[in-house]
Design a protein around this ligand. Structure first.
Ligand SMILES: Nc1ncnc2c1ncn2[C@@H]1O[C@H](COP(=O)(O)OP(=O)(O)OP(=O)(O)O)[C@@H](O)[C@H]1O
Ligand SMILES: [Mg+2]
Length: 576
């Protein structure tokens, strides 16, 4: 077993230990259940040999009552075993799912850039589902199956050694054949599932982006891919059905031949008087019960391999280290002033492609700041670093004289509000998109801000006003309305640092002017950063920096920068 597998299994069992009392209770019921199952054929033998064969009515009645009693208690045990294992399994996977999401949400931008979201979803959904069996009854059922098989072997050998030897020869053949068929059908089932997963992914993407597909005239792309995957899926499913059928046929052939041996050879022994009729029937019952654990061990062993792969995938994800963790001493205080200092900051996403080189800049608390620069110069990166989605390679970023690495990451992010280039809206009501379910924001305030950003009339015209659902990522809204909504969202909140990254790019000049007025009048006591291609959006800022080739090449207010007649001047003149 590899070191990684050992570590993952250790983590798995550590988590499972939280349910140890449940496991102990389930084991007690399960052992009792197995013992009672083993007792049933013995009482059947007594019913036949002591009651029916001896024509003893009292003994027949007594043993029948025992037999019924055993069946009732055994089923009660079975009920509780299933109940407890169900609790363990469901709670365990719920726990694990929460862990996976919490872990993923704490990861860095690097992780999100390089990890496929559908891969995480498969781990969250499929792999954790697979693990459920291992967390609940599987481990113990393998142990109990082996124990039952051993006890039955001893008893059958004691009852009729020769007959038992004959059965014993057939068992390994049964075991090997069953295992082979199971492996084959498990592989086919796995392949069919992943093809189905692929189909679902394609359909999901198609349905979510239907309008884009239609506009791009790319419906054929979907249908071609869909047809190919569907054909593959049908082919695999037919193979799987045939494998199941083969397994059934072989199983019944084998059990039929075992029955022939038992009743043929066993019947001969009864005729010779070396075995009672009850003994023969008991023998037959036990040998059938002996097959069950053999088949289930064979099934479990192939299934186990697949489950272990899932254990690896889940725990490898959970063990993936997050580089974005606060360093000592940790500052748990919120950001009070919002004084931002980038000191000789160098940063690259990809080795050798530096975005910032010893970048220096200072945004004073409670000031309005602009960042300008050509596309791809690193304006959004600036925010990513301040928000600590990525960590810088050298230099320091300080907020209120504290390194961002020392802040409790949640506190840091709670105090920085961003209106991004890509507007993100929940498929929820307008009101919930504005408040993000923060109950402290009053409806009165929501209405006031909606009026100020110019959304109120549109909301009143909507079928359910503030309770109108905006659709998937705001599909029912125009680009400008979406931007207004995301601006209103931060104006309703109280973060000390507020950043607008191309927040007004979808608005016309007059609308942009109106929003900029609003920002300047409502956010006076915060540190505001405005990133914009249109310089009219930053013109009124106290301080504007120009980023070029990874450095701040110019800084000052609009008039100062115009006087310099440098890059800002050139950009401004190019615009008018
Ligand atoms: N996650 C990432 N991984 C690798 N490189 C990235 C990543 N994000 C951005 N980059 C690169 O970093 C550089 C700066 O990107 P950034 O998004 O900060 O530019 P920008 O100034 O905001 O541009 P725009 O004005 O077009 O929004 C670009 O060259 C971009 O290709
Ligand atoms: Mg950008």
């Amino acid at each position: 077993m590899s070191g990684e597998r050992k570590r993952n299994l250790k983590n798995f069992f550590q988590l499972l230990m939280r349910y140890k009392w449940h496991h102990i209770a389930a084991m007690i019921f399960s052992v009792l259940n197995s013992v009672l199952v083993l007792l049933q054929p013995i009482f059947l033998m007594k019913i036949i040999d002591e009651g029916i064969t001896n024509l003893d009515m009292a003994s027949l009645l007594k043993n029948i009552l025992y037999f019924i009693g055993i069946i009732i208690v055994q089923n009660i045990c079975e009920y509780f075993t299933t109940y407890i294992y169900s609790i363990i399994g469901k709670r365990f996977i719920l726990d694990l799912r929460i862990r996976v999401i919490k872990h993923v949400e704490s990861m860095s931008g690097e992780f999100f850039t390089n990890t496929d979201a559908s891969e995480i979803f498969t781990i969250f959904d499929d792999d954790i589902d697979n693990i459920e069996q291992l967390a609940s009854k599987m481990i113990f059922s393998v142990i109990s199956d082996i124990c039952i098989a051993i006890i039955m072997c001893i008893y059958l050998g004691h009852l009729q050694l020769e007959l038992f030897t004959a059965i014993l020869v057939i068992q390994p053949i049964m075991f090997i054949v069953q295992k082979k068929i199971n492996r084959n059908s498990n592989n086919l089932a796995f392949e069919a599932r992943s093809t189905l997963g692929e189909i679902i992914k394609q359909v999901q993407e198609y349905l979510m982006s239907m309008i884009q597909y239609i506009k791009l005239n790319a419906k054929n792309v979907f249908w071609r891919r869909y047809k190919k995957s569907s054909d593959e899926y049908v082919h695999k499913c037919i193979g799987l059905d045939m494998a199941y059928c083969k397994s059934g046929v072989l199983g019944s052939l084998l059990s039929g031949s075992v029955a022939c041996i038992i009743f043929g050879y066993g019947g001969y022994k009864v005729i010779l008087g070396e075995l009672t009729l009850g003994g023969l029937i008991t023998f037959n019952q036990y040998s059938q019960k002996l097959f069950q654990p053999v088949v289930s061990i064979a099934q479990n062993s192939t299934q186990l391999k697949r489950i272990l792969v899932s254990v690896d995938r889940v725990f490898n994800l959970l063990n993936q280290e997050n580089e974005i963790i606060p360093i000592e001493p940790i500052c748990d205080l919120p950001i009070r002033r919002g004084d931002i200092y980038f000191k000789k900051v160098s940063f690259h996403y990809v080795e050798g492609k530096e975005v910032f080189h010893a970048l220096e800049c200072h945004f004073m608390s409670c000031s309005f700041n602009g960042i300008v620069g050509k596309s791809g110069e690193g304006k959004t990166t600036f925010i990513n670093l301040l928000f600590r989605l990525w960590d810088i390679q050298s230099g320091e970023i300080e907020i209120d004289n504290i390194n961002v690495k020392n802040y409790n990451i949640n506190k840091l992010r709670e105090n920085i509000d961003i209106v991004s280039q890509e507007v993100f809206l929940l498929n929820d009501t307008i009101k919930n998109n504005l408040t993000l379910l923060n109950e402290n924001i009053s409806m009165e305030k929501v209405v006031t801000i909606a009026k100020k950003v110019g959304l109120y009339d549109m909301i009143l015209d909507s079928p359910k006003g503030f309770d109108t659902v905006v659709g998937d990522n705001g599909i029912k809204l125009s680009g400008g309305q979406k931007q207004r909504l995301s601006i209103a969202r931060v104006l309703l909140r109280e973060a000390q640092i507020v950043i607008f990254d191309e927040a007004t790019s979808s608005l016309d000049n007059a609308a942009q002017e109106n929003i900029i007025d609003l920002i300047f009048s409502l956010l006076k006591n915060r540190t505001v950063i405005i990133i914009a291609h249109r310089l009219s959006a930053v013109k009124r800022c106290d301080n504007i920096i120009v980023i070029n080739n990874g450095r701040v090449t110019e800084s000052g207010n609009h008039n100062e920068l115009m006087e310099m007649q440098g890059e800002y001047y050139a950009l401004y003149n190019a615009e008018i």
